[in-house]
Design a binder for this molecule. Structure first.
Ligand SMILES: [Zn+2]
Ligand SMILES: [Zn+2]
Length: 332
């Protein structure tokens, strides 16, 4: 869109751009498989869509990483747990019970495989912890890809991964009003604020001279929304490719380097080569690899091996923020 020249149109252009929230990023907080290390923790991420926050897996030590990176826990809308192995969920009871010190009032949604509710409720009951806000659980026990969460900013679908216990991958698709008003029409027709709202809501406009302006003449369709897919933990599984297709960013576990393919199969994890192959088949924009076995000190080997198959590979590292821009150019 060319930027208009005159001041009024410039103002509208600015307003138009301000009222569309732009943030879509992922903050990596933990990348270890199985065990925390002296400075690092197991799987934990925060996805930010239009300044709404969503936790994806909640490894032990999550709270201290939220503090370290100044992420406001009261802005977390929902928590997505891929599976009930401890390295993905042992930070959850502590995070929930901490809210008593942060005056949380708004409800929180917890989504995980069947058993997540029992896990949380048992922890709270046995530790005699109380929380004074509502917790809404959504337990997953489905085949294929299903919509599991939706709000004004994002829709999230989940699909089974191939692991030792019930495990799900998550696909975050940004929600933007599919239709938006054309800035040139605001000026041309002299629309008031109420009329702009009405047009955005799908209404036609009756002008003072009796002329009816159909809605479709004043709006344009936004076709591209941004997407992020999280897959951890899983063995190599081509059946997930359809659910990942064309995502802007894919996080796929890469517990082992390529020489550990037998071990990876035994433990139902992936090698970096497996992750890169899935990324190639799905045609994603970027591949983020993580969930590294702590046997590896030098993570650069993951990067080098991954790039042999898929050029756009990024190492998950604590504190790294992966931005997905509307124009699909990525900054790190
Ligand atoms: Zn794990
Ligand atoms: Zn696991």
């Amino acid at each position: 869109m060319a930027r208009p020249n005159n001041t009024y149109s410039g103002f509208l252009f600015l307003l138009f751009n301000i009222i569309i929230p732009l943030t879509f990023n992922i903050t990596i907080l933990g990348t270890n498989a199985a065990l925390p290390d002296k400075d690092t923790i197991t799987s934990a991420q925060v996805v930010n869509v239009h300044d709404h926050l969503y936790v994806v897996d909640c490894g032990e030590g999550m709270q201290s990483k939220l503090q370290k990176y100044r992420i406001k826990r009261n802005r977390i809308q929902a928590i997505f747990i891929s599976h009930l192995h401890g390295d993905h969920v042992f930070g959850l009871p502590g995070l929930l019970t901490s809210y008593v010190h942060f005056q949380r009032e708004r409800p929180i949604c917890i989504i995980g495989p069947k058993g997540i509710r029992e896990f949380v409720e048992t922890c709270l009951r046995l530790s005699q912890a109380y929380i004074d806000f509502e917790v809404h659980f959504r337990e997953m026990d489905h085949e294929g890809c299903a919509l599991i969460y939706e709000d004004a900013k994002v829709s999230v679908s989940a699909f089974p991964l191939l692991h030792r216990i019930s495990t799900y991958g998550f696909r975050f698709d940004e929600v933007i009003d599919k239709y938006n008003i054309r800035p040139d029409k605001i000026k041309e027709l002299g629309l008031t604020t109420d009329q702009i709202k009405a047009v955005k809501g799908g209404s036609d406009i009756l002008k003072a001279d009796g002329m009816m302006i159909p809605n479709e003449e004043m709006i344009f369709r936004k076709t591209k929304v941004r997407s992020y897919v999280y897959c951890s933990d899983t063995a190599y599984d081509e059946s997930i490719v359809d659910f990942i297709r064309k995502a802007d960013v894919l996080y796929h576990e890469a517990t082992y380097l390529s020489d550990m393919v037998v071990k990876a199969k035994e433990r139902m994890h992936s090698t970096v080569h497996d992750a890169a192959k899935i990324a190639t088949m799905a045609g994603v924009g970027k591949l983020v690899i993580g969930h590294f076995s702590i046997r590896y000190i030098n993570k650069e080997d993951f990067l080098n091996q991954g790039k042999l198959e898929f050029s756009e590979v990024i190492l998950a590292e604590e504190g790294k923020i992966i931005e997905i821009h509307l124009e699909k150019s990525l900054k790190f």
